[in-house]
Design a protein around this ligand. Structure first.
Ligand SMILES: NC(=O)c1ccc[n+]([C@@H]2O[C@H](COP(=O)([O-])OP(=O)(O)OC[C@H]3O[C@@H](n4cnc5c(N)ncnc54)[C@H](O)[C@@H]3O)[C@@H](O)[C@H]2O)c1
Length: 254
C-alpha cells in the first residue's frame, strides 16, 4: 500500500504552482514520488522546496512553447493557474473578459497541447484541469469566470476524445469553496468564513489539500479508466438546493 498511487519517478508539470491549489498539488505529487516541475507566472511565489521551478505566462503561446522545450516530455500535466475578475455581463469591460478567457481557458489549451505529443511518446499520461462548480452553476458578477469554467469542462472532454487513442486521459476537478490567496479577501469580511462553513454539508470550506488529493489520484494510474469526467469536490455544497425549501415538520439542513 505504501506506493498505492505508483507515481514514483513520473514527470509532472503543475501550472499555478506558486499559490493555493496548484502549490498544494505540486507538493502532493512530489510527496507521492513524482518529479515535479512547478510553473507560475509569478517567479517570487515559486518557492516550493525540492522542485524544479519555471516561470511562464500560460496565456502567451511563445512562452508556453519555450517552456515545453525547456522541460521536455511529461507524464502528468496539471492546469491549476487561474484568475478571477469582477463584473456583471451587461457592462464587463471587454479587456477583462478577454484577459480572463486567455488564462482560464486558452492557457489551459496551450499547456495541454504543448505537452500532448511528448506525453504520447512516453506511452500516454494524464491531464488534469482545475475547473469549478461555477462551470455548472453560474456565478453572478464574476465576468467571464463561469463561462471560462463551463468551456473548460467541455474542452477537457474534447481532449479526452481526441487524445484517448494515444493513451492520454483528460479530466476536470471542480472545487466548491476553497480558502486560498485568490479568495482570502472574502474570508476577511466579518462573519463570511462562518457563514460559508455552515453552507457546506461537511461543515467547512475546503483547504487546498482537499482538492489536491483528488487531482493526485486522477493523475495516477489508479484512475486509469477515468477520462472525460468532471469530479466535483465541494463538500456536498451543490447538493443543498432542496435545503432552501421550507418544509415544516421535516429536519432542515440549515
Ligand atoms: N479558491 C477557490 O475557491 C476556487 C474554487 C474553484 C476553482 N478554483 C480554481 O482553482 C485554480 C487555482 O486557484 P487558487 O484559488 O489556488 O488561486 P491562487 O490565486 O491562489 O493561485 C493561482 C496561481 O495561478 C498563477 N497564475 C495566474 N495567471 C497565470 C498565468 N497567466 N500564467 C501562469 N500562472 C498564472 C498565479 O500567479 C497564482 O500563483 C483556478 O483555476 C481557480 O479558478 C478556485
Amino acid at each position: 500500500m505504501s506506493d498505492w498511487l505508483g507515481l514514483d519517478g513520473r514527470r509532472a508539470l503543475v501550472t499555478g504552482a506558486g499559490s493555493g491549489i496548484g502549490r498544494s498539488v505540486a507538493v502532493g505529487l512530489a510527496e507521492a514520488g513524482a518529479e515535479v516541475v512547478a510553473v507560475d507566472r509569478d517567479a517570487v511565489a515559486l518557492s516550493a522546496a525540492g522542485m524544479r521551478r519555471e516561470t511562464c505566462d500560460i496565456s502567451i503561446e511563445t512562452e508556453v512553447q519555450a517552456l515545453a522545450e525547456r522541460v521536455g516530455p511529461c507524464d502528468i500535466v496539471v492546469n491549476a493557474a487561474g484568475i478571477i475578475r469582477p463584473g456583471a455581463l451587461r457592462d464587463v469591460a471587454l479587456a477583462d473578459w478577454n484577459a480572463l478567457i486567455a488564462v482560464n481557458l486558452t492557457g489551459y489549451l496551450l499547456i495541454s497541447r504543448a505537452f500532448a505529443d511528448g506525453m504520447a511518446a512516453r506511452g500516454g499520461g494524464a491531464l488534469v484541469h482545475v475547473a469549478s462548480i461555477s462551470g455548472t452553476h453560474a456565478q453572478a458578477n464574476s465576468g467571464a469566470y463561469s463561462a471560462s469554467k463551463a468551456a473548460l469542462i467541455v474542452m477537457s472532454q474534447q481532449l479526452a476524445l481526441e487524445l484517448g487513442p494515444q493513451g492520454i486521459r483528460s479530466n476536470t476537478v471542480s472545487p466548491g469553496m476553497v480558502r486560498t490567496p485568490m479568495t482570502e479577501e472574502y474570508y476577511q469580511a466579518p462573519g463570511v468564513a462562518e457563514r460559508r462553513d455552515r453552507a457546506v454539508p461537511i461543515g467547512r470550506v475546503a483547504l487546498p489539500e482537499d482538492i489536491a488529493d483528488v487531482v493526485v489520484f486522477l493523475s495516477s494510474d489508479r484512475a486509469r479508466y477515468v477520462t472525460g469526467a468532471d469530479i466535483i469536490v465541494d463538500g456536498g455544497f451543490t447538493t443543498t438546493l432542496m435545503s432552501w425549501v421550507p418544509r415544516p415538520g421535516y429536519d432542515e439542513f440549515r
